[in-house]
Design a protein around this ligand. Structure first.
Ligand code: ATP
Ligand code: MG
Length: 564
């Protein structure tokens, strides 16, 4: 893993790039590079799609080519305009703009005409078998399939039946149009695949114009061809479909794009299947597609991810020809690297303990200078109010400190970030014996946190001024899924693998006043606590922050400890 400089600049080579470079050298497609990103609008985009977006748009950008956005909308039942809009927003958020926008449904007339052409050429036929019968006669890996009894219908009869299919004469599922290829092919996809099915369903764009819909395989290559795509990049599960992709464009005698397959992204503890993500939304396990725990781009955006972090991650993982599972921690590494550069620093106390500074004047309020981002001088400085009563984290105080505990305890002195040295003099307890308040004295000569006489303190802790701090809701997110082995092992009952602690909200969190009115999306590093992002429901009276990522990775270690 390389974390030096910008991984985007030092983009590692990959085999798809190498193919494109060779094609340009050979003058294939006249040296043109034209890719496309073809989502089905049946859900929101997720981090897996980001890999495909970075590849398709990234390669086009690198080679002065073009990249289209094409909605692969051949399945009317599951598609919605809401998804179309979210996909466009997410692609743009990732930092890309398409050269042209298309819908596969734009090609329904052309695809229909081509189907007629294939029928006339004796290469397609109307089949009256039910979907179950088609499946049952496909054969096995060792046995060829059984030819349909309708395979040898005359061209005239096929043309008549297909036109009547289109006219709506037949019920759903009663007939299909099939390609006449080879029922004995070792590749199942070549055993007379279905081209059209009957489906009386309203389409999000074509309405009720059609009651027959083309299948994915019949649609995809031709759509690529119509758009003049040169390199049709898709995931590995389509490798076995490539012969069929090639068959259609060759037999129609149209422009022949090259299909190239790469490995799907799988991430530990992460579901990357739109079907499963839709279930989480529908069954209310999450608050919506943009729940900050979702691996959707809209969820990650709301959580505080940056497109730069995602692009750097995608550039770093590259592409290959074998599917694997990437550690989620790698994505978080690129996230922290980016947030460290851009997040404003601020102070928040998630689990407050009251500290009274007994020798500080009762009514005095000082406004102490604090640095907004040590990584970025242009972010400037702000002031933070300081007063006699402050809050620190419970965790930063121990009445009986264990060995090597250097934070506040009776008799020890620590630095309050940007403020003063304080020394603990007294501990106030309730009837149950719990510490409810800590008394300290401060050294006025240590203002700004500087040692007045070269005296050293071993730790610096964060704090907020009690009368000035703003109560906030800090939403602490963790992995949504406990399952660590990625997608495949998350079976039908994947909801049993949901992490019950994927969202924890500490009841009394407080932030310094400067951040209370920040706009949704503003990114902070709450010093020593973690990276946070202002949520869309935040108000100045009740600020809401999403924890984007912890300062360090604790998940890998915990997981190892739990699983031995
Ligand atoms: P799902 O099974 O989640 O619905 P999909 O592949 O059917 O995913 P599409 O909308 O068809 O989703 O995907 C659009 C593009 O994004 C395709 O080219 C697809 O190969 C790619 N893509 C989808 N998921 C991943 C992934 N996990 N890794 C890489 N590319 C992906
Ligand atoms: Mg798909």
């Amino acid at each position: 893993m390389s974390s030096e400089g910008s991984p985007e600049a030092a983009r590692p080579s990959n085999f798809i790039r190498d193919i494109i470079i060779q094609d340009i050298q050979d003058g294939k497609h006249g040296g043109r590079v034209h890719t496309r990103f073809p989502p089905e609008p049946n859900g929101y985009l997720h981090i897996g799609h980001a890999k495909s977006i970075c590849l398709n748009f990234g390669l086009a950008r690198e080679f002065n080519g073009k990249c289209n956005l094409r909605f692969d909308d051949t399945n009317p039942a599951k598609e919605e305009t809401e998804y179309v809009e979210s996909i466009m927003e997410d692609v743009r958020w990732m930092g890309f703009e398409w050269d042209a926008l298309f819908y596969a449904s734009d090609y329904f007339d052309q695809l229909y005409d081509w189907a007629i052409q294939l029928i006339k050429d004796g290469k397609a036929y109307v089949c009256d078998l039910t979907p179950e019968q088609v499946r049952a006669t496909r054969g096995t890996t060792t046995e060829p399939g059984t030819p349909s009894p309708y395979r040898d219908r005359s061209v005239e009869e096929n043309l008549d039946l297909f036109q009547r299919m289109r006219a709506g004469e037949f019920p759903d599922g009663s007939r299909t149009l099939r390609t006449k290829i080879d029922m004995a092919s070792p590749n199942f996809n070549m055993r007379d695949p279905v081209m059209y099915r009957i489906l009386h369903a309203e389409h999000h764009r074509t309405g009720d114009k059609w009651c027959i819909y083309p299948m994915y395989d019949y649609t995809h290559g031709e759509s690529d061809s119509i758009e003049g795509i040169t390199h049709s990049i898709c995931t590995l599960e389509f490798e076995d479909h490539r012969p069929l992709y090639d068959w259609y464009v060759e037999n129609l005698g149209i422009h022949h794009p090259q299909q190239i397959e790469f490995d799907r992204l799988n991430l530990t503890n992460t579901l990357l299947s739109k079907r499963k993500l839709l279930l989480l939304v529908q069954k209310g396990y999450v608050t919506g597609w943009d729940d900050p725990r979702m691996p959707t781009l809209s969820g990650m955006r709301r959580r505080g991810y940056t497109p730069e972090a995602i692009r750097n991650f995608c550039a770093n993982i590259g592409v290959s020809k074998t599917n694997g599972v990437i550690e989620f921690g790698l994505l978080e590494h690129f996230l922290r690297e980016d947030l460290n550069k851009r997040a404003l620093r601020a102070m928040a106390v998630l689990d407050p303990l009251k500290v009274v500074i007994t020798n500080y004047p009762d009514d005095l309020v000082e406004h102490l200078e604090a640095v907004n981002n040590p990584e970025d001088e242009s972010a400037g400085v702000r002031t933070v109010p300081f007063s006699k009563v402050i809050y620190i984290e419970q965790d930063d105080f121990r009445e009986v400190p264990p060995k090597k505990y250097y934070r506040l305890s009776p008799g020890t002195e620590v630095r309050l970030r940007y403020a003063y040295f304080i020394k603990c003099t007294d501990v106030i307890k309730n009837e149950a014996g719990e510490v409810v308040e800590v008394h300290c004295t401060y050294d006025p000569a240590s203002r700004g946190g500087n040692s007045p006489d070269g005296r050293k303190v071993k730790s610096t802790i964060h704090w907020v001024s009690a009368p000035h701090a703003v109560d906030c809701e800090a939403r602490l997110y963790d992995q949504l899924m406990l399952e660590t082995t990625g997608e495949e092992s998350a079976d039908a009952d994947f909801t049993s693998q949901l992490n019950p602690e994927s969202l924890v909200i500490p009841p009394q969190a407080k932030v310094e006043p400067s951040v209370a009115a920040a706009a949704p999306g503003t990114k902070y590093q709450f010093e020593r606590v973690g990276y946070f992002c202002v949520d869309k429901v935040s108000t100045p009276e009740r600020p809401v922050f999403n924890r984007t990522v912890k300062l360090r990775d604790s998940w890998a270690k915990i997981d190892k400890a739990q699983n031995g």
